[in-house]
Structure formats: structure tokens, C-alpha cells
Design a protein around this ligand. Structure first.
Ligand code: FPP
Ligand code: MG
Length: 326
């Protein structure tokens, strides 16, 4: 099954979309796609893996709804480091599903590039089989210059691991004399995370009735609006997504005030000038420069040079992985 769907909204959905578009649309939505195994059980499917296969199909559908709504960036929790503790057969099946889907991703490269979709894998790659690391590197390199829509797939990911690895990279920078301790800011830690090129999510949706974050984007979601729904992920519909966006619209103003007060001593910009600045950064650098809680991050000259080297190292690692023969 493909990563892409054609837009297929019926008249009622199109009408509801017009109404919701009169309000504020979240730029970045994150999903904890929970409930696949319960879905498999509910439908008496043969294995829990069947639930994950339906989960992937739902992801492809949901990505198209996000594009329909005008959501530019999506982050999904596809496989946590904790998931390695599941039955060996389930872990292997999830890794095999990822292999199959990333191969499919490469087959669909022309269409993905035509649609301007950039994919980024966020997670601890060292924990994954090398062939999968190579497929992920290929997918990232192939779409790295696209900037119409961003899809971040969290795989072998937990937030605490992401923060730990970011700090490790910064400590290495200090050891190499590329950084001094007063260059270390929360923005630098954020920028060195796996998701360092992404903005913070405006809305985070978790399905299946669980009301917790399960070590997902703990840093980035500090000012996100969080919407919990009882629906199992494979049963998630356009209407559930719209309900999430509506929930965001109802809570946006109060969260915006929180963000403003958080940054009252730093350079807070109003929404309009912030969006304009962000747009300019995107057009000139061809990447989504980091946006943290409604402000663009600023770094010292030394930290900026460190980040240039950091990005180059990460890029070289991708190129190295993609040249591996498997
Ligand atoms: C949580 O449901 C879901 C997962 C651990 C896997 C999610 C993966 C996909 C939707 C496929 C994505 C694949 C790619 C390649 C991006 P659960 O297993 O915890 O179900 P439960 O809560 O009912 O037990
Ligand atoms: Mg679960």
C-alpha cells in the first residue's frame, strides 16, 4: 500500500473544511498512533501485526487529510525504543513493515518529489538493523530539498534518549573546543536533537484513550495543545482529525498567551511578523529553520559555526549509510 492518497473528501467533509479554515490551522501536528493491537483483537485479525498494517494505511490516509486541511508538518510515533521490549515476533514484524514501506517510499520518489514532501527519520538509528538505516538515509537524502510538506517519522525513538544524545553531541563540541559553556542554551539543546530541524508541534493527538505522552516529544510539546481521543488509531477518521483541530482552535488563544508570557523577556514577535520571518528563513535556507514556542532561535557566532559542522557531520553520516551495500 502506498504512502500517498489522492484527496477524496465528500461534499460534507469539504463543507466542514471550509468552516474550520476560517479559524487558526495548526502548522505542525504530531500523532501518537495508539491502539493497533486492540483493533486487531477487536476485528479478530490473525496477528497484532495485521493491526499495524492497518495502522500504516491509516497513516497514509491521515497524511492526505493533513494536506487537505493545510497542515504543513506532521510527526508520527511509529516505533519507540520501549517497543524493542515487545515479543520478538512483533518487533521483527514491525521492522519488516518499515523495510517494506521505505522500499515503497523510494519507488514513489518521483511523485513524492513532485508533491514537495520532505521526510525525516527521528530516532536512535544505532539501534536498528543496518539495511533499515540505509533505507531511511536514502529516503531522507532523496527528499531533503523538498519544502512544501514535512513528515517526521519517530522510529527507535524516545524523548529522553533524544535529549541525552543532544547533550552528548554538545559535550563532544565542548571537548573539541568548538563550544564554550555559555554557548549552551535551551535553543542549542533543542537544535541538536534528532528533530532539531523541525518546529515544535502546535497540536499533539493521541488515539486509543490513553492520556499520557509515553516519552514522545516531551521537550517540544511543552506548549502544544494536546488532544486525546478514545478512537483506536486504525479507526481514526477525517472527522476525528477535524475534532482535534477544532479543539486546538478553542484552546489556541489561551496557549498563545502562555507562549507570550514565557518569552516576555526575549524577542517575542506577533504572529504575523513571526510567520513572515519564518517564511523568509524557509525560502532562503530551503529548510524549516527551528521555531521554538513562537520564536526563532538565535545562537552565538561560535554556536552557529558549531551547528554548521554538526549539520555537515549528520549529512555525511547519511551519505555514508546510503552508500553501504546490503
Ligand atoms: C501503537 O499501537 C502502535 C505502534 C507501536 C506501531 C505504529 C506503527 C504504525 C502505525 C505503522 C507505521 C509504519 C511506518 C513504516 C511509518 P499498539 O501496538 O500499542 O496497540 P495497543 O495499544 O492496542 O496495544
Ligand atoms: Mg499501545
Amino acid at each position: 500500500m502506498s504512502w500517498m492518497r489522492d484527496s477524496s473528501l465528500n461534499w460534507a467533509q469539504k463543507f466542514a473544511l471550509k468552516v474550520i479554515k476560517t479559524g487558526k490551522i495548526p502548522r505542525h501536528v504530531a500523532f501518537i498512533m495508539d491502539g493497533n493491537r486492540r483493533y486487531a483483537k477487536k476485528l479478530h485479525l490473525t496477528t497484532s501485526t495485521d493491526g499495524h498494517v492497518h495502522g500504516f494505511d491509516k497513516l497514509a490516509e491521515a497524511l492526505q487529510w493533513c494536506l487537505d486541511i493545510g497542515i504543513e508538518e506532521v510527526t508520527v510515533y511509529a516505533f519507540s525504543i520501549e517497543n524493542f521490549k515487545r515479543d520478538e515476533s512483533e518487533v521483527n514484524a514491525l521492522l519488516e513493515l518499515a523495510r517494506e514501506k521505505f522500499n515503497k517510499f523510494m519507488e514513489e520518489s518521483d511523485e513524492l518529489n513532485k508533491r514537495g514532501i520532505c521526510i525525516r527519520m527521528i530516532g536512535n538509528w544505532k539501534l536498528l538493523p543496518v539495511d533499515l538505516q540505509k533505507s531511511m538515509a536514502d529516503a531522507m537524502l532523496m527528499t531533503r530539498n523538498n519544502n512544501k510538506a514535512f513528515l517526521n517519522v519517530a522510529f527507535a525513538y524516545t524523548s529522553r534518549d533524544e535529549i541525552t544524545e543532544s547533550i552528548r553531541d554538545i559535550v563532544d563540541g565542548v571537548k573539541r573546543n568548538e563550544l564554550e559553556s555559555n554557548d549552551i542554551t535551551d535553543d542549542l539543546i533543542r537544535r541538536c536533537m534528532y528533530s532539531g530541524k523541525s518546529s515544535d508541534p502546535d497540536l499533539l493527538v493521541r488515539t486509543s484513550g490513553e492520556s499520557r505522552l509515553s516519552d514522545f516529544l516531551l521537550w517540544q510539546a511543552s506548549t502544544s495543545i494536546i488532544y486525546f481521543t478514545k478512537t483506536l488509531w486504525p479507526e481514526f477518521t477525517f472527522w476525528h482529525l477535524l475534532a482535534g483541530v477544532f479543539y486546538y482552535q478553542r484552546h489556541y488563544q489561551s496557549m498563545h498567551s502562555v507562549k507570550r508570557s514565557l518569552h516576555q523577556f526575549s524577542s517575542v514577535m506577533d504572529d504575523e511578523s513571526f510567520t513572515k520571518d519564518l517564511e523568509q528563513v524557509r525560502q532562503t535556507s530551503n529548510i524549516a529553520e527551528i521555531e521554538t514556542s513562537s520564536k526563532l532561535a538565535t545562537f552565538s557566532q561560535r554556536a552557529t559555526e558549531f551547528l554548521e559542522k554538526f549539520d555537515k557531520r549528520k549529512y555525511n553520516q547519511l551519505v555514508e549509510l546510503s552508500t553501504i551495500k546490503v
